[in-house]
Design a protein around this ligand. Structure first.
Ligand code: FMN
Length: 217
């Protein structure tokens, strides 16, 4: 079988027992619906439901995307954290437009959150950094994410040194570590059905708050 044939032979996505998205029975804000969906994903034992694709673009419009983890959802938006000095931080400094895409295959769900991302400020960033386990703080302290690396041994040396530093000082935080908040202008919820059409529900921000509409699947 060719690679192309193997891809085509994969089973169709929809399967029995998927949850329903009833557009007439959703909360007024996408934040509430997202948290309800995430709760179902967590309770359902999904693997890493908090992982999302963060898409950014630089000033020239070149797009970059990578996986990271969601830290929180508040009235301000969807929270994530990273170094401000790496590629995604540079993209966001030049162009705050960004999107987070969640995919929960076991539930037949996708959520797209689109808007603009900004730093939540030094205090929130420091608190996020200090809440991480020592190994994650050490990795953050190394602070050279996405730079070319000559050898794994070079990283291991830098990591071991950073681990000693963070273990010795529980208050030590990387200054470039940044908590970001993606404030959405649009959030789309996508539900695959057991049978029938996909349901796409779009929340759009306007002066009054949030309006909801369906989108052709
Ligand atoms: C499941 C998963 C979770 C991740 N979580 C984060 C995260 O929360 N923050 C982060 O900076 N990188 C995280 N990464 C690493 C990023 O995908 C990426 O490699 C790194 O942030 C560099 O991205 P950039 O070069 O586009 O800036 C995660 C990767 C995976 C696969």
């Amino acid at each position: 079988m060719t690679f192309r044939e193997r891809l085509r032979a994969l089973p169709a996505f929809a399967r029995p027992g998927l949850p329903e998205l009833d557009p007439g029975a959703v909360p007024p804000s996408p934040h509430e619906l997202f948290v309800a969906w995430m709760d179902q994903a967590i309770d359902g034992g999904l693997l890493a439901p908090q992982a999302a694709t963060l898409s950014t673009a630089d000033a020239a419009g070149h797009v970059h995307a990578r996986t990271l983890v969601l830290k929180d959802v508040t009235a301000d938006g969807w929270w994530f954290a990273s170094q401000s000095t790496g590629p995604k931080g540079r993209d966001l400094a030049a162009n705050p437009h960004a999107a987070m895409t969640f995919f929960w295959p076991e539930l037949g769900r996708q959520v797209k959150v689109t808007g603009s991302a900004a730093s939540a400020g030094p205090e929130a960033s420091r608190a996020d950094f200090l809440a991480r386990p020592d190994a994650s703080r050490a990795a953050g302290l190394v602070n050279r994410q996405s730079e070319p690396l000559a050898s794994l041994a070079e990283y291991q040396r830098a990591f071991a040194e950073a681990l000693r530093a963070v273990s010795a000082d529980p208050e030590l935080a990387a200054t470039d570590w940044t908590a970001y908040v993606l404030a959405p202008t649009e959030v789309e919820f996508w539900q695959a059905p057991d049978d029938g059409p996909h349901v796409r529900l779009l929340y759009r921000a306007d002066a009054e708050g949030w309006t909801r509409s369906l989108t052709w699947p």
